[in-house]
Design a protein around this ligand. Structure first.
Ligand code: MTE
Length: 441
């Protein structure tokens, strides 16, 4: 039906404004939940600025970590457990945050461009399900198809033309904790530092090939992939299984149904046997353990594009500002926050920078809290959707506390700002991070 969406679906803000109008007029559908329940959540999200559901791991900022994570922080026995994650999580590689595991950036030093699976962050709303590829089916269905549902087995998916891309996957809330620690602003959600990102070589089929084989029609407007993991309950409301609509224009453009990561079958924790990989968009778009995809001739809403993953707070309308789609740009040192370094001892500072808008072309580094800047040496050919490694030599000359800063600029000319625009759920942090270190005798 709604052909008033016309040709503008690739314009994300237009897409979202149109959807909100349709929602207000009752013309958009709440998928998988009662419309009244979703409206209640939506209203609560707008009123409170957030329901504490942001990026999932629980209510208040300081209270997100589970007992296991607290044990990890204190080095107590049991530190290696995160509920629901199957792969080993040694404390030198990961910091546990509730049901999630953050990559320690220091553990990337010396690794290649790709993030090894053994240190790739995991973001689970609930827990990793074990899905047998032999029994896995992808059901594509909905009134945006010419006919009835179409099923794809693992073999059928693998028989489609193969695509391979090196892309970063980054949580919308990556670096969220710096809103509080650096800008003094309250945010809800998992207090990630900079490690809710990884870069992998993804291999799979094009979502567009699957949609075409399933008979997508010109009337289709939204595509809603849904995971096979457990239903999510938050504040006593069952939100159903993790799902988030994508405009059909994005779905037909560059989205992958990935079954391999860094040359291996996709590991269970990362969505195996099959997940979406949505280039440049926030991690929640890349639905893991995908089991079905609704193709709809009506706009769709789920909690993951209404009261979560939307910008709330000062400067945004009460009903929520834009839905979060494209990621932003950041830089990180491959060094622990609060590290201790020796005075007069030459060392090489290393790090990585990335941008969702364009390849990163330049990194400037300061070792004196922003007083002086030097251009870093870039070690990789900048590429769209990836990151670059960089380095600068440094011999600390004075003892005491200082801050290391790295500032990326991408090919569009965009540079990391000094402060990031606040939103109550702490998404899209893009400011230069002040990385504390102590220089000791
Ligand atoms: N898909 C499902 N089915 N369930 C989830 O919990 N988490 C999302 C996304 N896809 C999630 C999901 C979020 S918020 C992110 S950031 C990425 O998966 C994380 O992918 P990773 O765990 O492979 O790093």
């Amino acid at each position: 039906m709604p052909h008033d969406l016309s040709d503008d679906l690739s314009d994300e803000s237009h897409y979202d404004r149109t959807r909100l109008r349709q929602w207000a007029r009752g013309r958009a559908r709440s998928a998988g939940m009662d419309r009244r329940d979703l409206l209640k959540l939506f209203a609560a999200g707008a009123a409170a600025g957030s329901m504490g559901l942001a990026a999932g791991a629980g209510p208040a900022f300081a209270a997100t970590d589970t007992a296991a994570a607290a044990a990890a922080a204190s080095g107590a026995p049991g530190a290696l457990a995160a509920p629901g994650i199957l792969k080993p999580l040694p404390p030198e590689l990961f910091t546990l945050r509730g049901t999630n595991a953050e990559t320690n950036f220091a553990a990337l030093r010396g690794t290649g461009l790709l993030t090894p699976v053994d240190r790739f962050f995991v973001r689970n709303h609930t827990s990793t399900p074990r899905v047998d590829p032999g029994r896995w089916r992808l059901k594509v269905w909905g009134d945006g198809l010419a006919g009835g549902p179409v099923e794809f087995s693992y073999e059928r998916l693998r028989a489609l033309p193969v695509v391979e891309r090196t892309l970063f996957l980054e949580c919308a809330g990556n670096a969220r904790s710096f809103y509080a620690t650096q800008q003094g602003q309250a945010v809800t959600g998992t207090p990630w530092t900079l490690g809710a990102i990884g870069v992998a070589r993804w291999r799979g089929a094009r979502l567009s090939d699957v949609l075409r084989q399933a008979g997508v029609t010109p009337g289709a407007v939204d595509v809603m992939p849904r995971g096979l993991d457990d239903e999510v309950t938050a504040n006593g409301v069952n939100l159903g299984r993790v799902r988030r609509p994508l405009p059909v224009a994005k779905a037909l453009d560059d989205v992958l149904l990935a079954y391999e990561m860094n040359g291996q079958p996709l590991p269970a924790d990362h969505g195996g046997p099959v997940r979406l990989v949505v280039p440049d968009w926030v991690g929640i778009s890349s639905i893991k353990w995908v089991g079905d995809i609704e193709v709809s001739a009506e706009p769709l809403y789920s909690p993951w594009n209404t009261e979560m993953y939307r910008l709330f707070g000062p400067g945004h309308p009460a009903e929520g500002g834009p839905v979060v789609t494209r990621q932003t740009l950041k830089s990180a040192f491959e060094l622990d926050l609060g590290a201790t370094v020796r005075v007069h001892r030459p060392r090489v500072l290393t790090g990585r920078s990335w941008s969702a808008a364009a390849p990163v072309t330049r990194i400037d580094v300061s070792v004196d809290g922003g007083g002086h800047w030097r251009r870093a040496r870039v070690h990789d050919t900048p590429s769209r959707g990836g990151w670059v490694r960089w380095s600068v030599p440094w011999t600390p000359r004075v003892t005491g506390a200082t801050a290391l800063l790295a500032r990326a600029t991408d090919a569009t000319g965009r540079t990391q700002p000094e402060t990031s625009a606040h939103n109550t759920q702490g998404y899209l942090f893009d400011a230069v991070v002040r990385h504390p270190v102590t220089v000791v005798p």
